[in-house]
Design a protein around this ligand. Structure first.
Ligand code: ATP
Ligand code: MG
Ligand code: ZN
Length: 524
């Protein structure tokens, strides 16, 4: 069984922590001067090194090396015990699953016993914002008078949910998103260490996609390299879905041409073929953000072939910067809205309609004014008859009512979503590369007892269908959901192919087919 890459590459020494020099320096100084605090709060985005740093600190304070500047030495008995996860005085508590007062009380009782092996008992409380108020209060009592042998390290991604009374008792450190160039350098070293063949542009793409989270970057690399082939920019774009899909281009065209029906239609077709609404919204934001970069003179930051870039420049110009800002805002909202809404497509539909019309127009629209002229203004964002914006919205709502009528599927899917993390964790225990593969799935849906998984490329689908993967996934689903489920695999984007002869060879359609995996479905 292979070990997940990000665990294998968890920094064992301070020097290996990247992007958090301000924190590492402060902690190392405190260690050298023997000024260890009893309560720390590590706040910051996921995957930026909070748990890693907490473990380094726990290891360093218990390290047996005589030279303080060399702690943790990773050689002594204590350091080795921590590295192997068997050091009794390092207690890691996941607040997400131990939120009750009893759990904290239990902790308060145990904390008074002296350390078993080490100098300090170190408690790492992960996701501390998940504690209930009562549990926080119990914790507070401990933080008020911690025994001399105890060190608390509280970690959170949501520092605004931590009561001020707790904050004021902790030494606080803010973890930052890691800059792209540092992620790239780290990934490069890792790829070399693992013997992966990866093109530099692919690493940059992965690093950007990770938005500052090193763990995400490593998982993405793991996922790409799991195919065993050389990781090229093209393959990375394929798998990570950063090249705009045909549907995204259609929606953008509809926005610019002011055609609401065509836009909603493109959205629905994409969702019907298995796209995840939130993922779709993200793809919209990705594409529009690239347009914004181009429109503001930062085209070099956009990963695209020169041909696609030329077409993007045309789109960018048609929107203009203010138009792009407004449209990005709408789709960004849809991208962050919970996928578990009772009607998953709605945020996307609303984003589209909002992007078409400035907010005021929608508000003042009178549904009865059906006499609206057809949309014929190519110029985006001009004042138009209002009804035209309202009708598709009303239509979308009707469809919402209809689709809501499959309660069994809805609740089964809800259960699937709620347990998805558990499923991934169970998979990871068995086979981390299968977990990475499943993590890359673009869409998932339960119908009856069949789970359809949509992969972004046939390489990935084929990989899934190899060996015991499907059976193992079914087994895990059975364990976690208590359901007998059979797994079907499909690929959502088509293969790259040459455009048909009737298509102008340097036009947009040709680019979409050739470079973006689009497919010509109808020629009029
Ligand atoms: N600053 C960093 N330097 C080097 N590697 C890092 C860094 N941050 C994260 N990683 C890598 O990502 C993995 C996960 O990091 P870690 O568990 O420390 O993140 P975290 O901030 O605790 O995230 P979460 O909020 O999700 O718990 C590590 O095992 C390591 O491989
Ligand atoms: Mg963590
Ligand atoms: Zn040591």
């Amino acid at each position: 069984m292979s070990q997940a890459l990000y665990r294998k590459w968890r920094p064992a020494h301070w020097d290996q922590v990247i992007g958090q020099a301000h924190i590492v320096q402060t902690l190392r100084n405190a260690l050298a001067a023997d000024r260890i605090a009893h309560a720390y709060l590590f706040a910051g985005p996921r995957g930026t090194g909070k748990t890693t740093t907490a473990r380094l600190l726990a290891k360093a304070v218990n390290c047996l090396d005589a030279d303080k500047t060399n702690q943790p030495c990773n050689q002594c008995a204590h350091c080795q015990a921590v590295n192997q996860g068997r050091f009794l005085d390092l207690i890691e508590i996941d607040a997400a699953s131990n939120t009750s007062v009893e759990d904290v009380r239990d902790l308060r009782e145990k904390i008074n016993f002296s350390p078993n092996q080490g100098h300090y008992k170190v408690y790492i409380v992960d996701e501390v914002h998940m504690l209930s108020t009562a549990a926080f209060n119990a914790l507070l009592k401990t933080l008020e008078e911690p025994p001399a042998h105890a060190i608390f390290i509280l970690a959170t991604t949501e520092v605004h949910k931590i009561p001020a009374t707790v904050l004021s008792r902790c030494q606080r450190h803010e973890f930052r998103r890691i800059p792209v160039n540092e992620i790239v350098a780290n990934l490069k070293a890792m790829a070399e260490g693992e013997g992966f063949q990866v093109d530099p542009e692919a690493l940059t793409l992965v690093a950007r996609q990770a938005t500052g989270a090193m763990r995400d970057a490593i998982s993405l690399l793991d996922q790409l390299a799991s195919s065993g082939q050389r990781v090229t920019l093209e393959m990375a774009q394929d798998v990570l879905g950063t090249a705009a899909s045909q549907s995204v281009l259609e929606v953008v065209d509809a926005l610019l041409a002011d055609e609401s029906a065509a836009g909603l239609d493109a959205i629905h077709r994409s969702l019907d073929s298995g796209s995840d609404p939130r993922q779709f919204a993200r793809q919209m934001v990705d594409y529009l953000r690239s347009l914004l970069l181009i429109a503001t003179g930062n085209a070099s930051q956009v990963d695209a072939t020169s041909e696609v870039r030329a077409q993007m420049a045309r789109h960018a110009q048609a929107f203009g910067v203010p138009g792009l800002l407004r449209v990005i805002q709408s789709f960004n909202q849809a991208a962050i809205e919970a996928r578990l809404g009772w009607q998953p497509a709605l945020p996307l539909e609303m984003a589209f309609l909002e992007a078409m019309a400035p907010a005021a127009e929608i508000k003042t629209a009178a549904p009865e004014s059906k006499t609206a002229a057809p949309a014929a203004h190519p110029a985006h964002g001009k004042a138009r008859p209002a009804a035209e914006k309202v009708m598709p919205a009303a239509k979308a709502m009707e469809e919402v009512e209809e689709t809501a009528e499959a309660p069994e599927d809805a609740s089964a899917n809800q259960r699937l979503e709620e347990n998805w993390r558990k499923i991934l964790a169970a998979l990871r225990e068995r086979d981390s590369s299968l977990a990475a593969l499943i993590n890359s799935v673009k869409g998932r849906q339960l119908r009856g007892n069949v789970l359809s998984l949509s992969f972004a490329s046939d390489i990935l689908q084929q990989k899934m269908e190899m060996g015991e993967n499907v059976r193992m996934m079914e087994e895990v689903l059975g364990e976690v959901l208590g359901l007998e489920v059979s797994v079907r695999c499909q690929t959502v984007t088509g293969k790259r192919s040459a455009p048909p002869p009737e298509v102008d060879s340097d036009g947009m359609v040709a680019a979409a087919v050739r470079d973006l995996g689009g497919e010509v479905v109808d020629v009029q």
